[in-house]
Structures are given as structure tokens and as C-alpha cells.
Write a protein that binds this ligand. Structure first.
Ligand code: SAH
Length: 357
């Protein structure tokens, strides 16, 4: 492993070298020697790329790997021979699916589990909203497939996504279905899980930070508050029918916070419904556009000004609308976000954004 900054930043190169040295055992070369001795034999016996990949993962992650690194070459050789023998006898393994929440956009808000899975998966089926910074955690040879549905224009139908997911896992692949925010909040993750269950395929669900939680934190708005709001409701404002079916009487009640997803096109309608059902036009509101992302924008105002605000500011998706007294609390001097997330600041790549211990 060689690191160079082409003489532009030797200190930086040394930092990178230190990080890599911390991650890799000094005796890693022994593992490479072991692998090179078996390469041809393995290629002769296992003809599929996927089979070979699984084989080497078993070798490197198991006792063979630690034996080789520990200098027990003969034992390591015997272990590799044993694995190869059994590998041939094994029926093809079924694949694995993970339904993973990618959080609202900032890669620092991924869970440790999400990163582990992204580095294990053969295929990442991701939503259009999942940012490049998040996708940069994928294994380098993983296949990335964007299955984003554009609002109003189905580039991929939900049925199509379900079928793709099932067929990939059936063919033995390990698939990370990566969805913005949390997979089970307005993400249709439930339908994907059902499709996998119906096909009797294994699936693990990994929660993510949902947009309302991520955006509220980034704007310094507590979603509940002892004095102001005893409950919070996550509401989807997509589609005319779904708006008509909402229980506006209950949504218009005081002392609760509303977080509207997919609301950009519906702001005037939401305002009219809430006010006509009794919520005061003076109720504070906040719109968080591209929350936690480098070009985040937070607009504050009153419920009665929502149409005007929307029109004047040209709000674009993705955005969350928060309605309730909590949105009127005095803005924190410095919001509880790192400088990398302040509007206008360049976003740091994940490796430098991590704080060293
Ligand atoms: N499963 C996702 C929601 C999917 S619906 C979650 O748990 O967050 C997509 C909607 O989420 C968008 O229309 C928008 O309202 C909201 N959203 C997602 N990411 C956002 C972001 N970075 N900033 C503001 N709103 C966001």
C-alpha cells in the first residue's frame, strides 16, 4: 500500500498513512502470499466470479486469514484446502437482502450498521434522493442501481422495484436496498419487505434517521417540548386524494407538532385546511429544504403566510414543513450542526469529517 501526495502535501500523506496503518495488520503480505499460491487452483474449481468472491471472503474473514497473518502457514494452507473442498460441495447460497435507511442526506448521519452493510453488499439499489456522499461508502466493486421514482413520472414502478429486488436476491446476490431517511416512514419499505417475505428470502431491516428528525435537528427545532407540544405527527401530503382523507380536525389541534413530508407542491392547500379547521394563522412554521445537505435552507414564518412564503422563495423538493409553536422558538446562535453542514460551506468528504479519538 503506497500513499503519495505527489509532493504537494507530505503531512497530509503521513496522516493518511497513519490511518491506514491503524486499520491494516503489518503482516498483511502473508495473506497476499497465501492467496497467490491458491489463485490458479481456485479459478479452476470455481468458475463463477461470485463463487470466487465468496470463497475468498470466507478465507480472509475466517481462521485461515488469522492463521496466515499469525505466521502459521501450514495450518492456513490446510484450512484453505478444506474450505475449497467444501465449497464445491455446497449448494449455491441464497442471497441476502437488507432494507437500509440512509438518513436525510449528510453521510455523518448514517448508522454504523448501514455503513457495514454498504461495504458488504454486492448490489446497492438506491433511491434517487440518496446522496453521492452516502453512496461513496459502497464497496468499490459493488453494482449501484438507481431506482428513484420521480414524482409524477414513474421511471421505475414500485412493482418493478420489488421484482428486481427479489430476483437479485434469488440469484444469490447480497443486496442493500438503500432508502432515504427511514425505510419504514413513507418509504414503501413495507411493500418491499412483504415481497421478500412472500419469496421466502432473508431480509434485515436497518432504521435510519427520518427526514423530520434530521431536518428538525439541523434547524434547531425540538419536535416536542414540555411546554409547547406533547405530540408529533408525521404526515404525507402527497396526492390530492391523500390530502382529502387526512383528519384535519385532529391535525388542526393545538399543542402538537406536524411534520409534513412531500409537501412542496401542496403548501397553500395545507395552510387552507389547517386554518379552516381552527389552527391559528399565527402558528409558527418552518420549511427546511435539503435538510442536513450542503445547500440546506431554513425558512421561518407563520401559517397564514405559507402560500406567500412558498411563492416568494421558490421552494424545491426535498423539503419538510414543520407546523407548531416549537418552530417559533428563538433560533439557536449556532444551530446544532457542524460547520460542514452550514449553508454555503463546502461539504467535507467522510474521511476528513470523522473526528479522531
Ligand atoms: N423515508 C423517508 C421519506 C421518504 S418521502 C424518510 O424517512 O425521511 C420523501 C420526502 O422526505 C421528501 O419529499 C421530503 O419531504 C422528505 N425529505 C427527505 N430528505 C429530505 C431532506 N434532506 N430535507 C428535507 N426533506 C427531506
Amino acid at each position: 500500500v503506497a500513499i503519495s501526495s505527489a509532493a504537494t502535501a507530505p503531512v497530509l500523506a503521513r496522516r493518511v498513512r497513519e490511518k491506514i496503518e491503524m486499520l491494516l495488520p503489518k503482516e498483511l503480505g502473508r495473506l497476499a502470499d497465501l492467496a497467490s499460491g491458491w489463485r490458479v487452483r481456485v479459478a479452476e474449481r470455481l468458475d463463477s466470479l461470485l463463487g470466487r468472491r465468496r470463497f475468498w471472503e470466507t478465507v480472509f474473514d475466517g481462521p485461515a486469514g488469522s492463521l496466515a497473518i499469525g505466521g502459521h502457514v501450514d495450518k492456513a494452507e490446510r484450512e484453505v484446502a478444506r474450505i475449497l473442498l467444501n465449497f464445491e460441495a455446497q449448494p449455491p447460497e441464497p442471497g441476502q437482502a437488507w432494507l437500509v435507511g440512509a438518513g436525510p442526506g449528510d453521510p455523518d448521519l448514517l448508522t454504523v450498521r448501514a455503513v457495514q452493510i454498504m461495504q458488504a453488499a454486492d448490489v446497492i439499489l438506491h433511491d434517487r434522493l440518496v446522496s453521492d456522499a452516502v453512496l461513496s461508502f459502497a464497496r468499490r466493486d459493488a453494482e449501484l442501481i438507481s431506482v428513484g421514482k420521480l414524482p409524477g413520472r414513474d421511471t421505475n414502478t414500485q412493482e418493478g422495484i420489488n421484482e428486481l429486488l427479489v430476483s437479485l436476491v434469488r440469484s444469490g446476490r447480497r443486496v442493500c436496498r438503500l432508502k432515504g431517511g427511514d425505510p419504514f416512514i413513507f418509504g414503501r419499505g413495507g411493500e418491499e419487505l412483504e415481497a421478500l417475505r412472500a419469496a421466502e428470502l432473508p431480509c434485515e431491516v436497518v432504521p435510519g434517521i427520518t427526514a423530520a428528525a434530521g431536518c428538525a435537528a439541523a434547524a434547531g427545532i425540538p419536535l416536542t417540548h414540555r411546554d409547547l407540544s406533547q405530540s408529533v405527527v408525521f404526515v404525507t401530503a402527497q396526492g390530492k386524494d391523500s390530502i382529502d382523507q387526512l383528519d384535519w380536525g385532529s391535525l388542526a389541534r393545538d399543542r402538537q407538532t406536524l411534520a409534513f413530508y412531500m409537501a412542496v407542491k401542496r403548501l397553500p392547500e395545507l395552510m387552507r385546511n389547517l386554518v379552516s379547521h381552527g389552527r391559528s394563522p399565527d402558528t409558527p412554521v418552518a420549511i427546511i429544504e435539503r435538510g442536513t445537505l450542503p445547500r440546506q435552507r431554513v425558512l421561518r414564518g407563520r401559517l397564514g403566510q405559507l402560500s406567500m412564503l412558498a411563492e416568494a422563495q421558490g421552494i424545491e423538493a426535498p423539503a419538510i414543513l414543520i407546523v407548531g409553536d416549537v418552530a417559533g422558538l428563538k433560533e439557536p446562535v449556532t444551530a446544532a450542526v457542524s460547520s460542514s453542514r452550514q449553508p454555503g460551506a463546502t461539504h467535507l468528504s467522510p474521511i476528513y469529517a470523522k473526528k479522531s479519538a
